[in-house]
Design a protein around this ligand. Structure first.
Ligand SMILES: *Cc1c(COP(=O)(O)O)cnc(C)c1O
Length: 232
């Protein structure tokens, strides 16, 4: 795997998508998703200028982050159980996968105990897939004021993992829906939600055209992941 070459291509495609949408390339942050990848891959991406990394399991992040060089920024992007919140608060500067009021309350409690303010995104299950975690849009809007009132959390925006599709173009309405939901959230809060985390290896250009500010890229950067030993 030539991570350097892959990264150049991704940055080029990112810039072109921004150009098509009349946006500045620096309005989109590139996250390297390192689940299933070794610390050496993280170090290589960091050396090439990537400064944001994502993991989807607390255990894997806990094992990996101490083996990586330098001060890196990590976000949690996978489903979080309440008994892992304390560890998560120590490992991550942002939790992108808040999907219930109960989880938000637990995170706020744990962040408070650690003397931290924790940035969060609310994860949206935009098309109601039963196999996926995430808020239904209506429930998200209903819970928003209460999450916003929690003392140690700062809501930064929304995140989604759309259904898998071989044709990214078919996901455009999903990304658009998320952008519109963000606007409705901003109206409710009376404050801006700066972050819209959407777009992965197969669909990030469409996501950028529809307003993504943070794309989460795994396989297009690092190649295929090692299979986990057992599913969980
Ligand atoms: C694995 C993962 C990604 C990266 O997916 P790729 O298709 O490999 O780019 C992005 N977001 C989440 C939440 C993931 O779990």
């Amino acid at each position: 795997m030539d991570i350097s070459k892959n990264l150049s291509l991704i940055r080029h495609r990112l810039a072109q998508a921004c150009d098509r949408a009349g946006r500045r390339p620096d309005s989109v942050t590139l996250m390297a998703v390192t689940k299933g990848q070794p610390p050496e891959a993280v170090d290589e991406a960091a050396r090439l200028g990537v400064n944001l990394f994502g993991e989807n399991k607390v255990q894997e992040a806990k094992a990996k982050t101490p083996l990586c060089s330098g001060q890196l920024r990590w976000h949690m992007i996978g489903h979080l159980q309440s008994n892992k919140c304390r560890d998560a608060v120590g490992l991550f500067s942002m939790i992108q996968s808040v999907d219930s009021l109960a989880l938000a309350e637990e995170l706020s409690k744990r962040a408070g105990q650690a003397g931290k303010h924790l940035q969060v995104l609310l994860e949206v299950n935009a098309v109601g897939e039963s196999s996926k975690f995430g808020y239904a849009p209506d429930q998200l809007l209903a819970d928003l004021p209460r999450i916003n009132a929690l003392p140690s959390l700062e809501i930064q925006g929304l995140m989604t993992v759309p259904p898998w599709s071989p044709m990214a173009e078919t996901l455009r309405p999903v990304f658009r829906q998320l952008r519109e939901l963000k606007h409705r959230g901003e109206d409710i809060l009376g404050a801006p939600l700066p972050c819209l985390s959407m777009g992965m290896s197969g669909d990030f250009e469409v996501a950028i055209e529809e307003g993504s500010t943070l794309i989460r890229i795994g396989t297009a950067l690092f190649g295929p992941r090692a299979k986990p030993l057992r599913p969980d």
